[in-house]
Design a binder for this molecule. Structure first.
Ligand code: ZN
Length: 255
């Protein structure tokens, strides 16, 4: 079920052929980005005893290819130069996730994760810098297709002892794979430094206001149904299959 929730329904519905028809420039530019990410992802997987990468090849055209994909996303009306940097990054995240799905190149995504989660500030600066040079790209905004690439907001994050999970999918991150955001923001910035397993389905950051903290007392836990928000009271176990008494939906949750 986690596969459905990451994309909008309209993006989810596109196969390779229809994607190429709707987004011709992206279809031309994205393969080169994946070629460079594939090489870099392989060098990333060479890690030392502590799981730290042993030098990453960076002179492989990644930045140039990234530039081309940004230009293509503007030309294909997927984004505009006026969009916020976070929107730009999320659009990119959805583009590469969808392309990886269409072309079965999921293993090439780890370099994207490495740059965009682990070095989040650097990646923001990099994308801003690239966008500055794209002012000449025709940005006719008469039929925006940006809605295709908006991350699906249908999520139900909850806090557990070990991390943060989504009741509606199997997406989960270990608390050690994130830092607390600097004030005044209150939440988590994901970097995956512990696991080195970059899950691009997860957002770059999550605010505490988006995360439910289930109440636990006397061997019971109270948590809300992700579908109808009914408060559900269950016996506390490490891993719980919970059924909502009101709408009968079920989900998996960790203590
Ligand atoms: Zn319910």
């Amino acid at each position: 079920m986690s596969k459905i929730h990451i994309f909008t329904e309209e993006l989810n519905a596109l196969d390779h052929e229809r994607f190429a028809l709707l987004f011709p420039e992206l279809s031309r530019a994205t393969p080169e980005l994946f070629r460079s990410m594939s090489i870099a992802s392989q060098s990333l997987s060479n890690v030392d005893f502590f799981g730290n990468p042993q030098g990453v090849r960076r002179d492989n055209g990644f930045e140039q290819a990234l530039s081309s994909v940004l230009a293509a996303s503007i030309a294909d009306h997927v984004t505009t130069l006026n969009a916020s940097i976070l929107d730009q990054l999320n659009t990119l995240r959805m583009i590469v996730l969808k392309w990886a799905q269409l072309t079965r190149q999921e293993e090439s995504l780890s370099y994207f994760g490495y740059i965009f989660y682990r070095f989040h500030k650097y990646s923001r600066a990099l994308v801003s810098e690239k966008l500055k040079y794209l002012t000449c790209v025709a940005a006719i905004n008469e039929h925006s297709l940006a809605h295709y690439f908006v991350p699906n907001p249908l999520r139900a994050w909850y806090l557990s002892q070990l991390g943060v999970g989504d009741k509606l999918s199997d997406d989960f991150f270990d608390l050690e794979d994130a830092d607390r955001l600097a004030a005044p923001a209150s939440g988590y910035g994901l970097h995956f430094k512990k696991s080195n397993r970059y899950n691009l389905k997860l957002p770059f950051s999550l605010l505490d206001t988006e995360i439910e903290t289930p109440v636990q007392a006397n061997g019971k836990m109270v948590t809300s149904c992700p579908h109808c928000h009914q408060k559900c009271r269950v016996s506390l176990f490490e891993k719980m299959q919970i059924s909502c008494p009101k709408c009968q939906s079920t989900w998996l949750q960790y203590a």
